[in-house]
Design a binder for this molecule. Structure first.
Ligand code: NDP
Length: 247
């Protein structure tokens, strides 16, 4: 069991697949209590049941991160059931790429609502508890796309640049409360993310890129474990990683 992970209460948004699910599995195996939020209730409930059956502690709560009240309820429930919230992983996100000139305004709004506002709502829900505890860690998920922009990815990149800006501002502001802030920026990882593409030609390009490049989701979970398991006076501010074969 990894030091400084066992017994921690970790809330994870977007825990129904991909990076969030892999993180829940790995942290549970390391002795953390995991609280899982996502819209697909059956998925997170099945995952929580499995982790509990394996001797872990897990709770699933249907959560749409675009609804500030639902995100608050997710974190409140973690504290009600387990007494505290040690780590908030703001992971839920989607990536419906398209060139701006196609004017996919619903997709833009969805990315802004989930990838940016969802992160802010997670911070809003967890921060009051962490301030009272005078300890905690907020882990936000950006991307390689939060470091560079490619054609078709302007709005997605904008949301991921925003996650880095928010994380850096948060990091500076919450120092007095002994709260750690970490932003993790993965490259191509094999998840259901390419399924969020809504334009068939763009989706085909993304699928090929992921088929050629993507690495397994436990690459991300290991980054979370690394950031969490440092001594409390060490704050891993940012982790940027990608498949060795990805340009
Ligand atoms: P997946 O599509 O596998 O997972 C996305 C998760 O987000 C799902 O659990 C989904 O749950 C959840 N989600 C989407 N919309 C909402 C919503 N409105 N409310 C609550 N949950 C929501 O993709 P990944 O695991 O890859 O994505 C996780 C994060 O990683 C995203 O922020 C993504 O941008 C980021 N990322 C991924 C990379 C990759 O290559 N895979 C690279 C860089 C960053 P549900 O549908 O059940 O609500």
């Amino acid at each position: 069991i990894m030091k400084n992970i066992e017994g921690k209460v970790v809330v994870i948004t977007g825990a129904s697949s991909g990076l969030g699910e892999a993180t829940a599995r790995m942290l549970s195996a390391e002795g953390a209590t995991v609280v899982l939020g996502a819209r697909r209730a059956e998925r997170i409930q099945a995952l929580a049941d499995q982790l509990n059956k394996n001797g872990g502690k897990a709770l699933a709560l249907t959560t749409d991160v675009t609804d500030v009240a639902q995100v608050k309820k997710l974190v409140d429930s973690a504290v009600e059931k387990y007494g505290r919230v040690d780590v908030m992983v703001n992971n839920a996100g989607l990536m419906p790429h398209s060139p701006l000139e196609r004017l996919k305004i619903d997709d833009w709004n969805q990315m802004i609502d989930v990838n940016i506002k969802g992160v802010l709502y997670g911070i809003a829900a967890a921060l009051p508890y962490m301030k009272t505890q005078r300890s905690g860690q907020i882990i936000n998920v950006s991307s390689v796309a939060g470091h560079k922009v490619n054609p078709g990815g302007a709005v997605y990149s904008a949301t991921k640049y925003a996650v880095r800006a928010i994380s850096e501002g948060l990091r500076q502001e919450v120092k007095p409360y002994n709260i750690r802030t970490t932003v993790i920026s993965p490259g191509a990882v094999a998840t259901e993310l390419p399924n969020s593409a809504t334009e068939p030609d763009v989706a085909a390009g993304i699928k090929k890129f992921y088929d050629d490049n993507a690495i397994p989701a436990d690459s991300f979970a290991r980054a979370v474990v690394f950031a969490m398991s440092q001594p409390e006076d060490v704050d891993i501010n940012e982790i940027l990683f990608r498949p060795t074969r990805q340009a």
